[in-house]
Design a protein around this ligand. Structure first.
Ligand code: IPD
Ligand code: CA
Ligand code: CA
Length: 265
């Protein structure tokens, strides 16, 4: 039987907030001695792992027979129809340094199509969400991408490459271009939050490479439901698994994508 996505989305928001409470409490007593290193500049702690466990236990009850693509590998069960894409703590580097920008990101895929996105930014208690056919919402209020209509009026978010330095020159050239042609750039340290902020009009655009599906799946879906556009660097659809993403409001997106393509081609 098909789940009611609106009800399920509300339940996933509740689960995210409960898990967010756990993360917020752990932050208060967090000790750097519990940090583990997964790769270069890639950190994890019991907080990420426990958060993922809580989320997966909750989702298993909400949608039996679904599968998981989850950052910390708590479950690798593949669902025949439904699969959740989970980042249990997006912004771990912020979390371990006590910088208040980190979020939970949960998306649902039916076959190969995204049908739900939930991003809970824990510090500001902001829950961004949308489901198939819905508008996008922030804590119960409809949100839309910004109405700015040129790059020159845009504030852009990005993430700095921190292990894949192969395209550093292109990245820095594009960075410089945006410095000169926009209101400026921000690096929040949580790609999910960057995308949520595009969806609600705080940022006009976001771009980054070497991201994983759990960093972008929920956010890309919410941006689209909020009236924005999302693509890979070539303007194509491979932005969930393809490790390149550009997202923006409808008006600025073409100019924004053109700029990306000036340097990444
Ligand atoms: C990271 C954040 C960051 C982005 C990194 C991601 P994590 O996720 O989204 O903004 O620049 O590429 O890996 O490791 O904190 O879940
Ligand atoms: Ca992440
Ligand atoms: Ca993470």
């Amino acid at each position: 039987m098909q789940p009611n996505l609106q009800i399920l989305c509300q339940q996933v928001c509740d689960l995210s907030k409960q898990t967010g409470d756990f993360i917020r409490n752990e932050r208060l007593k967090f000790s750097a001695t519990t940090i583990e290193t997964k790769g270069k500049n890639d950190f994890v702690s019991y907080v990420d792992k426990t958060s993922e466990k809580l989320i997966i236990e909750g989702l298993e009850k909400l949608l039996p027979q679904s599968g998981f693509i989850a950052e910390e590998g708590t479950s690798t069960v593949k669902g025949e129809v439904y699969n959740w894409i989970i980042d249990p703590l997006d912004g771990t580097t912020n979390f371990i340094h006590g910088i208040p920008c980190f979020a939970i990101s949960i998306a649902l895929m039916r076959n190969n199509e995204l049908v739900m996105g939930v991003i809970y930014e824990i510090n500001f208690d902001e829950c961004f969400y949308a489901w198939e056919g819905s508008k996008a919402y922030l804590n119960g209020t409809e949100i839309n991408v910004s109405k700015a209509n040129k790059l020159a009026d845009s504030l852009i978010a990005t993430g700095f490459p921190y292990y894949d330095y192969d395209r550093m020159k292109e990245y820095l050239d594009l960075f410089q271009y945006f410095m000169k042609h926009t209101h400026g750039l921000r690096r929040l340290g949580s790609a999910a939050t960057d995308l949520a902020y595009v969806a609600c009009g705080r940022f006009e655009g976001f771009y980054e490479y070497s991201l994983q599906p759990w960093d972008v799946a929920a956010g890309a879906f919410i941006v689209k439901q909020a009236g924005g556009k999302v693509s890979d660097f070539k303007g194509g659809e491979n932005y969930i698994f393809g490790k390149e993403i550009v997202a923006g409001n409808n008006n600025c997106f073409p100019e924004f994508l053109n700029a990306v393509q000036l340097f990444f081609n």
